[in-house]
Design a protein around this ligand. Sequence first.
Ligand code: URP
Ligand code: ZN
Ligand code: ZN
Length: 471
Amino acid sequence: MSVLIKGGRVITAADDYVGDVYVEDERISLIGESLDVAANRTIDATGKYLLPGCVDPHTHLDMPFGGTVTADDFESGHVSAAFGGTTTHVDFCIQAQGQSFGEALEGWHGKANGKALIDYGFHLAVTDLKEGGTLEELARMPDEGVTSYKLFMAYKGALMVDDETLFRTMQTASETGALVMVHAENGDAIDVLVREALAAGRTEPRYHALTRPPETEGEATNRAIQLARVADANLYVVHVSCKEAIDPIAVAREKGWKVWGETCTQYFFIDYSFLERPDFEGAKWVYTPPPRAKENQEHLWAAIRNDILSVVSTDHCAFLWDGQKTLGRDDFSKIPNGGPGLENRLHMLHEFGARTGRISLNRMVELLATNPAKLFGLYPRKGTIAVGSDADIVVFDPEKRVTLSAATHHSKSDYNLYEGTEVTGAPEVVLRRGEVLVEGDELVGKPGSGQFRKRARVGEELRSSRTVVAA
Ligand code: URP
Ligand code: ZN
Ligand code: ZN
């Protein structure tokens, strides 16, 4: 099967030129000017951008959480991703208490089997580390292509780990070359604040934010950075939401420490006031870390411009408002934490980042595709448009006008974080390994065709940009 994409404006993290891209057998085999080659299919991309398929390193599909299970499984989540121009994601495989990592991974592979439309990998979320068992098993996980360990420093009584587990995981990562990811909030302090609020009868959604002040995120971020220094581990801080967390990352990066940070689309657009909406509507924006005071949004734009933060992900963790969020109608601490967003990351960053001039188109590609692919051991197979790379390509129409809405999105969630937002610019055709998944408003790809991708270790990726990623 071959595809010739003609006359598009190819935009990578580094380049911006008009050219033809020729795809054979899942990969890009030629890029040039006016290519004269026969193809099974030709796509006229005149006036369109050709972007690398976006890579989302932070999603939660089919995950038991908050007394329920996230609304999108690997089928609906992947369809939603594809319509938004995301062709690869890395999901969190969560170790249940008492479970081996092998069992946990088997469970997550089972969730994706037969349903996957886009390509995917797994991070391993460590919750239960024991010497003489899971500690040793953890060291073997990179051999399975699972090269990132995730730790929750919050959600006490559920996913939260203590500092010993955090530190020992960092020590293991330092030996294996895995990347340590942290959800950085001080879970002990938050637990006290939540109990105090509930005892005082404060039950509305806004108390979700008021019991998780930004200082708790800043403290945990700094703690994780300092411990990673001691362990000599590579650290990636997920879903950074506020200045208090940006600042220690900025210091670490200024010093050249092995620290990276990510924020998520929603933190640029949703602020604390959304949680105050009446009739329990505020529960739609109950995710963690919570929506912050509005002034943080400019700090976040500056941080992605200045490479203090290197990635924008979605933290897609979709629930229904009606039936799932409502579990917490009388108690904000029972509202399942999370929101949908996998489909709208490119729409929002293009409209409010690139079109406004806050970031360049190259930087947009870097944040949404190239950096996540590099950091998570998928580059250069993913995250760029180059000869030899997987033909994951978004033919993006910069003039197409779209209104974001739950009425038209593909997530199962019954609401959209950005309901009614109008954007100019949207994916027109989305290819994954040369196969057309989405064409206009039509789903063309078949669930079951997405593949698990083994990922390279951080050290390998940094040593060689041409690391081969085995399927
Ligand atoms: O509220 C959120 N973010 N839910 C997903 C779990 C997490 O903390 O990333
Ligand atoms: Zn988190
Ligand atoms: Zn998350």
